[in-house]
Structure formats: C-alpha cells, structure tokens
Write a protein that binds this ligand. Sequence first.
Ligand SMILES: Cc1ncc(C[n+]2csc(CCOP(=O)(O)OP(=O)(O)O)c2C)c(N)n1
Length: 355
Amino acid sequence: MRKILNLDGTIKKGAEEPDIPDEELLKWYDVMVQVRTLDAKGIRLQRQGRVGFHIFTTGQEAHIGIAAALNSDDWIFPAYREHGAALYRGLALEKVVNHLFANDRDTQKGRRLPGLFGEKSINFVNPSAPIGTQIVQATGASYAGMEFNPGEVTAVFFGDGATSSNDFHSGVNFAGVYKAPTIFVCMNNQFAISVPIEKQTAAEKIVDKAVGYGVPGERVDGNDILAMYEVAKEAVERGRNGEGPTFIEAFTYRLGPHTSSDDPSRYREDEDVENWQKKDPMVRFKNYLTNKGILTEDTEKALWDKYDKLVNKLIEEADKRPKPKMETMFTDVYEELPWHLKEQWEEVKYFTEDD
Ligand SMILES: Cc1ncc(C[n+]2csc(CCOP(=O)(O)OP(=O)(O)O)c2C)c(N)n1
C-alpha cells in the first residue's frame, strides 16, 4: 500500500516527499476544515429538523489530494462524499448550504437528496443515487474526451459497495478495452452502510479486481493526502499520455455514520472506530504542516473560527429563504411541456393558488 505520511506527520522511511508549494498544501487543509465544518453543522441541522438529510465525509477528506492532481477542467464524477473536491475547485460554501436547505437558491431546485449535488461551472457532475451509475457515465465521458478533447482525463469516485454493481464491471471493462483515460477511485471505507467488506467481495483486496480488466491498479493509504495526490498524479499522466485508465483503491474508513439515517453502533465496534480515529487524515496532515512550520496552533484555530462563523452566517441566511417555486417542477426539464405535465401543472395550480 502506497503511503508517504506517518501518523505523526513525518515522512515514511523510503518514501519521497512530494514537492508541493506551501500555499497549495495550506489550501488542502483549508478545504478539509470546510468539509468537516459542514459535517458537524449538517448533522445538527438535520437533528433540529431544519434540513432533511445529511451525508458525511468525515474521515475521507484525503480525497482532496485526488482533485488536486487534476487540472481544473478535467471532469469529476463524484459519489456523495466528495464535496471536498468541489470546494477545492472553488465551489462557494454558500452554494452548498443553500443546497442543504433546498431553498430557492439551491441550484438543484430542491430535487435532490441534500449532499447529492453537482456544479456545471467546475465540471463536477451531479451524482445519481443508484449506486455505481456514475462509473459508466464517467467512462463514457472520458471516452468521448479522447475524440473531442484529447489530453483530458476523468476521475470517478465510488465506494467499495459500488464495486459489486453491474456498472462497475461495464465501466472498468470498457475503459480497459478502449484505453479511456478514466481514473477509477474506489474510496474503500470498508462498509456499504452496514455491510462489511468481507461480505461484499471474496477478493482479498479491491485493487485485485483491476487485474481482471487489464487496468493498472494502485492501493493507497486513503487517509494520507500526500500519497493520494502522488498516486493520482501518476494516473493523470498515464491518462494524458494515451496509456488508458488507472484503478486506485484508497483504503480508508468512514468515521461518522453512513448518513443522518444511520446508527453505525449497531454494526461496528467502538474499538474499531477509536483505532481509525488515530489515523484521522486531517490530524496526520496537520502534523505534517506543523512539522514543516507552515501551520501553527493559532493559524489553525483561526481557520476553524473563520469557517464556523461563515457557515453559521450562511445557515442563518439560507434558512430564511423561501423554497423553490412549485412551478420549477415543470419548467426547465422539457423545452416544450408534454400534455400530461401541462395537466399536472394545472392541477397543482388549482390546489396551491389562492382563490
Ligand atoms: C442500486 C442501489 N442499491 C442500493 C442503494 C442503497 N444504498 C445507498 S448507499 C449504499 C451503500 C453504498 O456503499 P459504498 O458503495 O461502499 O459507498 P459508501 O456509502 O460506503 O461511501 C446503498 C446500498 C442504492 N442507492 N442504489
């Protein structure tokens, strides 16, 4: 398993420290703080009944290293724990918060589960709730890119559970045969809701599946942002050089529940969680930045305070905004509304408009 950072933030013996500017490293940490702040507040909002649902990223923030290895116009097909990749690309927190509240400024117009969002301006594609579907979509997009935008690569994120889907097989197989520049990133957090990895697959390691498709595979410590970046950089290079896809298994752990509807204490041991907390990707990276002298207790505290205040402010504003207009259910899907939707719209108006 590829690894660069020890838990105390020192460089592993024999590993090479990547040459990344301090400013860029601090940006990664900044985005990690944003993601974790959103998680902490998102679940409280859900418990207060102010938002309907929350999906957690906590523990999987090192995926930001994958986004950092891409060009800003390469395509990203996320699953639903990769908000960090979007924030890294400059998505405003305000958009994420408006989406959580499904208010009139939600770019998804309240139609998606909170947490399942895309953003066209940053080539961050809307995920679909059915597990694995983004894998074939990403493969198709990267295959099209070979024709229309040579040199472009596409990264797709999915969980260990998704590797049991038909779409996984179709997508990875196609990319292997046609040498599509797709970077398959399996965030193996070892659970698909309550199903542990040993009940998901008889394969010893998820990365072993790559061999069957003739695709180069790499297993990486998914809690080590430097290693994630390095492995992705190599995959990007392969893709841009016409050498086809790469399969990355990022071995990690979901520190929080699956979603706000889940109680993980029913299917995993506290001891396991405690052990993984010691491998927290943020703590490890913080130690690295501190050892390098580019992050101090004070600057770190200031970062948390900044996002605490900013997200609180955005929440207060988002909560006051109206819901999307009912008519948005009918407008902007079809250029010309079919007759049955016209009828339904009339019906909605009849029941919702004042006399
Ligand atoms: C086709 C399909 N089956 C079942 C579900 C319900 N479901 C939602 S998330 C999930 C687990 C997915 O696990 P994994 O791919 O490992 O991703 P993780 O949630 O662990 O990040 C399941 C079964 C679904 N959304 N789609």
